[in-house]
Design a protein around this ligand. Structure first.
Ligand SMILES: [Zn+2]
Length: 457
């Protein structure tokens, strides 16, 4: 399988082919002016049903009134529009409960008009009230969650992913999306950039026997990725030729996740940083930074880290020494409990770490494989990644932050996140390669300079 993937970007699936792989989403309309087709699409997907448009005051102005008009023009009965409050709305469970209470009074199908927050709130509320689906009208190219299953919602103070299906149909009118606030497009560009490092992590996991690449999901996400990331300045300026491929790239990520029933195709170590900061309840200037901004900063950091990895001579790795230094599971667990003392996710860190902790013989076999295959693996990784300087340049052109301080993460905290992110997910990434070879601190020194005394191992 791996040999065929030496040129990871060679296979490109059309949007229609990719859509056929989506298990829950059956229709996607992307293009300028497609808002007016929402009524026709709704009728095809939910024949005979009434609709309820779900929006907030801002998305009402930019799209929801037009959506309601399109539904009416198609002869679809509608409930009065459900409006979330404008200022201060975020993906918090209380808002799901309130929408649910309203949905319980009728059986209309929700048509969520907005970006990540409104979509996630409606996705979960539609599921919890037993609706057979809902329709999403995307108003910004801000993240890849539109077409993903699951909703990321804060419940009892902690961000959690709730299991619920992806939307039945998605409308992405580029005339609306291109006029969205700059920072939303920047966040979406950053989230799409993450597919470079996520792909590199999957290549590593595939080559080292941790998790094989699923070729269809790979083609869906990686096939057109370089092209979709080609024009960050154009995306920022709202040019259709740049926004269109960006929106499609984000939607494709969700389809690949539906196909594999896993976030692996679209999420690697860089997403673990974002999850970690969510679990740590990180806020900057009183607010949680956007998903895309966290992921973008992490994508750049992980790309720098990869450059240090690619400079390694793993073909000369001292496997016996690495295996001898490998901690026993109980030693590791004690270290994890110390590392996460005072947090509310020690149990997650312990469980995830234990789930992936290899026995010495297994570790030895894997590291021997790394030693043997490293020259070819290094070439595959090099072909997958862009240089860190290029990622930094493009994120800046898109208007996304590149320095961790810009999202309230000091350099020492970014550095410690490499170790902490390793422990919160069992998914095999470049962090696992670094930890298993015993090279984590050395690689961090190479990528970011020697650690200050307080963060030295
Ligand atoms: Zn993401």
């Amino acid at each position: 399988m791996s040999a065929a993937l030496d040129q990871p970007a060679a296979v490109r699936l059309s949007l229609a082919d990719a859509l056929r792989s989506a298990r829950e989403t059956r229709a996607l309309l992307v293009g300028p002016g497609v808002l007016g087709e929402t009524g026709r699409l709704f009728r095809e997907q939910f024949p005979g049903r009434r609709a309820v448009v779900v929006a907030d005051p801002e998305t009402r102005t930019v799209a929801a009134d037009a959506v309601a008009a399109a539904l009416a023009a198609a002869g679809i009965g509608t409930e009065p529009m459900y409006l979330f409050p404008g200022a201060g709305l975020y993906a918090e469970f209380g808002y799901v409960t309130r929408l649910e209470a309203s949905l319980c009074r009728h059986d209309a199908i929700p048509v969520a008009v907005g970006s990540g927050t409104i979509n996630d709130l409606a996705k979960l509320a539609a599921h919890r009230t037993g609706r057979e689906g809902y329709l999403c009208v995307a108003t910004a190219a801000s993240m890849d969650g539109y077409t993903a299953f699951g909703a990321s919602i804060t419940h009892e103070g902690a961000k959690q992913t709730f299991n619920c299906p992806a939307p039945r149909a998605v409308v992405a009118d580029l005339d609306v999306i291109r006029r969205a606030p700059d920072w939303l497009t920047a966040a979406g560009y950053a989230d799409l950039s993450a597919k470079l490092t996520a792909g590199a992590d999957w290549i590593l996991a595939d080559a080292l026997g941790a998790e094989p690449i699923e070729p269809r999901a790979w083609a869906i996400v990686q096939g057109g990725l370089r092209a979709a990331l080609a024009d960050p300045a154009g995306a920022r300026a709202g040019r259709i030729e740049a926004i269109g491929p960006l929106v499609e790239g984000l939607m494709l990520g969700g389809f690949a996740m539906q196909w594999t029933k896993s976030s692996r195709p679209a999420s690697g170590a860089e997403h673990q940083f974002s999850h970690l900061w969510d679990m740590e309840h990180h806020v900057h200037g009183g607010e949680a930074p956007s998903h895309g901004f966290k992921v973008g900063v992490a994508t750049l950091a992980v790309t720098r880290f990869y450059e240090a990895v690619l400079a390694c001579d793993f073909e000369r790795l001292d496997v016996a020494a690495a295996v001898a230094a490998w901690p026993a599971p109980e030693t590791e667990e004690a270290a994890v409990r110390r590392m996460f003392a005072g947090t509310d996710f020690i149990a997650t860190a312990v469980t995830e770490t234990r789930a992936k902790h290899p026995a010495p013989a297994e570790l030895s076999a894997q590291l021997e494989r790394l030693r043997r295959d490293w020259p070819a693996l290094r070439r595959r990784l090099q072909a997958q990644l862009l240089p860190a300087a290029e990622i930094e340049r493009r994120l800046a052109l898109a208007g996304a932050p590149t320095a961790p301080e810009a999202i309230g993460i000091p350099p020492a905290r970014l550095r410690s996140a490499f170790r902490r992110a390793y422990h919160i997910r069992r998914r095999f990434t470049v962090l696992d390669l670094a930890v298993r070879t015993g090279q984590l601190e050395r690689l961090l020194d190479a990528a970011f300079g020697a650690a200050p005394a307080s963060t030295a191992p």
